[in-house]
Write a protein that binds this ligand. Structure first.
Ligand code: ADP
Ligand code: MG
Length: 738
């Protein structure tokens, strides 16, 4: 075989098979072509011209015979060899242009050059030269869709010319053109033929006749005539910039392996801007769906809120409350309070943990006793007053432990004694004297209460209600711990250290209070009747009380969290810092509340459906939309885009859109929850960093499923050859003629 022959067909046959019959495309064709030839292929419609062009272009497989490229038998080519052949050795111009309508003129060319292995800069400068050659420079940035047919065809030719290949095949490039444009196109091809093999399929031989070196006529898939017309195409006077090595196979630059897929992904996205926006919107929507799903599911997994609260252990079962002790059992110090207050999601630390289980009855203009005096006053001569516990009645609180940089008071001063308190603005006014009733419902009945009159000495904007002195906190704690109450007079009256105020029936008694083994205790004389309904209450002077309780260690504090959602995190955080904490709300979570439980199951059901819907939306809708880009990839594959690169580019596009969608979702959630959309804010509270990552991963998982479907469709619609070729039955000539 002549080694100058770049392409040789030997007895090549091509059959098109359908359900019933087999059509002969080419029948035992034998032809050879060399670089420098400009070959016109003509023949009637259906004579096999396109079939021949596509086989030579490596686009169609053939059934029998052999095609040699550079002396190499192509029957030994595998899929990758064919891709290499199409991308590096052949430039193909099809009748329907094959340009990307959504991409600009220059992008159409540079992308083809990038596919052929040129670097970005090389591609750009070469594209500019070639546009000059085909008179398309003024239209460089115009979208190909807006070009006239002549311009599109010239773009298609420019793209082929720009590609540094030795073979250029054009299938009826002038089919849709007027004579003037046809002439331009043929002259361009003729000029190219000086350095390449140019094969021109045409139905109009007359317009090619002045330029071609050879004329092949096909008839029913056979070569009817093969005539040599001249040695070389005539010198063409077109602006031909210097193009040294243009036809030499360019070595693939050692650029990043991702450079080309990124380029193609950007091109594909840019070519269909509306589609890209819709995809981005759907990815965002989908992430939002996952967020709503997880954000609802996670709180619903905790059944505490579906259970009725039992106050048998903790009177105060506020969901945001935690009862905290030191893990080593030691008493709490100021350092402990500060350490706990500094933890994340802790909004308030109450030093007197037991006091937080004691109600205080106080509301502006509400007398909790007189109301019940009339209702229940007849029950007993002595028990004339009742305290009723209303839903939502507050629990005792003392001046809280401050977080760093926090100021408590806005006006006045902190309480300096038992009889002073701070009020949150609106609860009471500065200087006012208010009567409060303390009652521990858990240990005693509501007929047992302690009265205290306090003066408001400070105002705060924090929290609500009244903030009592530390001394009242300590007093209240002793009330929960001992059956005999040690107390102080309800009003700030002078009482000597040897006097005690007793209940009505014990008035004038002498009582001895044994404190501990090494203190003899105190002997006190009753001097009056106390205001309390508690029979065992002993009211002593403030000074004596302080003396008696000075050393009592406090071992439990009460934490208020920003939200119940943080319970697990704060408990874990406390444990890490050496504290043991429990959530009273959880400890007291008793039997299920039927309605709340049903609602919880409903929520879980809705969540599961939402996830399934999200998955379906994601996987089917998105992959269908993404597959509509297959047109783009088919065009690119015709000019040599490898399957591997196409896949990488599709993956890149999908995952970039998905990640961008996720970022957008997080951004929208952030903005909306900052703007005070409480429902969203509630969901975000449950999302720990790990759960955000989980959310992200679920999104990526769905994206991977979408990608899988999209790639399957890409393979099926754009790169079916590898699989199909093997499936093709190989017919013998006898079978066909039979
Ligand atoms: P031309 O380009 O000269 O018009 P073609 O190469 O397109 O001719 O077609 C040659 C023969 O092969 C015709 O009989 C045509 O009907 C048949 N043919 C072409 N493509 C297909 C196809 N995809 N399936 C079945 N038959 C085909
Ligand atoms: Mg044709």
């Amino acid at each position: 075989m002549d080694e100058e022959k770049i392409l040789t067909l030997s007895e090549v046959s091509k059959f098109y098979t359908s359900a019933q019959n087999i059509v002969v495309g080419l029948h035992r064709i034998s032809l050879s072509f060399s670089v420098g030839e400009f070959v016109a292929v003509t023949g009637e419609s259906g004579s096999g011209k396109s079939t021949l062009a596509h086989i030579l272009g490596g686009i169609l497989p053939y059934e029998s015979g052999e095609m040699f490229f550079d002396g190499k038998a192509t029957s030994s080519f595998d899929g990758a060899d064919w891709e290499e052949y199409r991308s590096s050795s052949v430039a193909f111009i099809s009748q329907n242009y094959g340009v990307l309508p959504g991409a600009s003129v220059i992008d159409n060319i540079t992308s083809a050059l990038a596919i052929a292995g040129l670097s970005g800069r090389e591609a750009k400068s070469r594209a500019k030269e070639i546009l000059e050659e085909v008179d398309l420079t003024p239209f460089a940035s115009r979208r190909a869709a807006y070009l006239s047919s002549g311009q599109k065809q010239r773009l298609s030719i420019a793209r082929a010319l720009a590609k540094p290949t030795k073979i250029l095949i054009a299938d009826e490039p002038t089919g849709n053109l007027d004579p003037e444009n046809s002439e331009k196109v043929i002259r361009l091809l003729a000029a190219a033929a000086s350095e390449r093999l140019v094969i021109l399929v045409t139905h109009e031989f007359s317009e090619a006749a002045p330029y071609v070196t050879r004329h092949i006529t096909l008839e029913d898939g056979r070569v009817a005539a093969d005539a040599r017309l001249r040695e070389a195409p005539p010198e063409i006077d077109t602006p031909r910039p210097e193009k040294e090595g243009a036809t030499e196979k360019t070595a693939r630059p050692a650029s990043s392996p991702l450079a080309l897929p990124v380029r193609i992904a950007v091109l594909a996205a840019k070519s269909r801007p509306v589609l890209s926006l819709v995809l981005l919107f759907l990815f965002t929507l989908e992430t939002f769906g996952i967020f709503a799903f997880l954000g609802t599911l996670i709180p619903a997994l905790d059944d505490t809120s579906a259970r009725i609260y039992s106050s048998s252990i903790f009177q105060n079962g506020a969901p945001t409350r935690l009862a905290v002790i030191r893990a080593d059992g030691a008493g709490m110090t100021e350092e402990d309070y500060a350490a706990v207050a500094a933890l994340a999601h802790v909004s308030r630390v109450e030093r007197y943990g037991y006091a937080a289980d004691i109600h205080y009855a106080y509301r502006k203009n509400t007398d909790y006793t007189s109301r019940y005096y009339y209702s229940f006053g007849l029950l007993s001569e002595e028990l004339t007053e009742y305290i009723t516990l209303e839903a939502g009645m507050p629990f005792l609180q003392t001046v809280p432990v401050l977080k760093e940089g926090e100021t408590f008071l806005t006006e006045g001063k902190l309480p300096g004694s038992f009889y002073e308190a701070v009020a949150t603005r609106g609860a009471a006014t500065l200087g006012e004297e208010v009567r409060i009733f303390l009652t521990d419902e858990k240990n005693y009945s509501r007929t047992q209460y302690i009265e205290l009159v306090v003066k408001i000495v400070g105002i705060t904007d924090i929290g609500e209600g009244l903030w009592l002195s530390d001394e009242v906190g300590a007093l209240a704690e002793s009330m929960t711990k001992t059956p005999d109450y040690l107390w102080i007079p309800s009003k700030s009256t002078e009482l000597s250290d040897s006097s005690v105020i007793l209940s009505a029936e014990r008035i004038n008694d002498t009582v001895k209070i044994p404190l501990s083994v090494d203190t003899p205790g105190f002997e006190l004389t009753g001097v009056g009747r106390n205001q309390s309904t508690q029979r065992n209450l002993l009211e002593v002077s403030q000074a004596l009380y302080r003396k008696m309780t000075a050393t009592a260690p406090r071992d439990q504090l009460s934490v208020t969290m920003e939200d119940y959602a943080y319970t697990d995190r704060v408990i874990a955080d406390l444990a890490a810092h050496g504290y043991a904490a429990i959530s009273p709300r959880r400890v007291g979570a008793d039997r299920f509340d039927a309605e709340a439980a049903e609602e919880r199951y409903l929520t879980l059901g809705i969540c599961a459906s939402a996830l399934i819907l999200t998955a379906l939306l994601q996987i089917f809708l998105l992959s269908a939309l993404l597959s509509s880009q297959n047109d783009t990839y088919r065009l690119l594959s015709d000019i040599g885009l490898r399957e591997k690169t196409a896949k990488a580019s599709v993956l890149l596009e999908i995952f970039s859109l998905s990640i961008l969608g996720q970022i957008l979702t997080f951004f929208v959630i952030f903005i909306l929850s900052r703007a005070g959309v409480e429902r969203l804010l509630a969901l975000t509270r449950y999302l720990t960093p790990q759960r955000w990552i989980l959310l992200f991963c679920v999104g990526l998982f769905f994206t991977a499923l979408t990608a899988h479907r999209t790639l399957k469709s890409l393979k099926k619609q754009v790169y079916p050859n590898a699989a199909k070729e093997n499936d093709l039955p190989r017919y013998t000539d006898e079978e066909v003629t039979a």
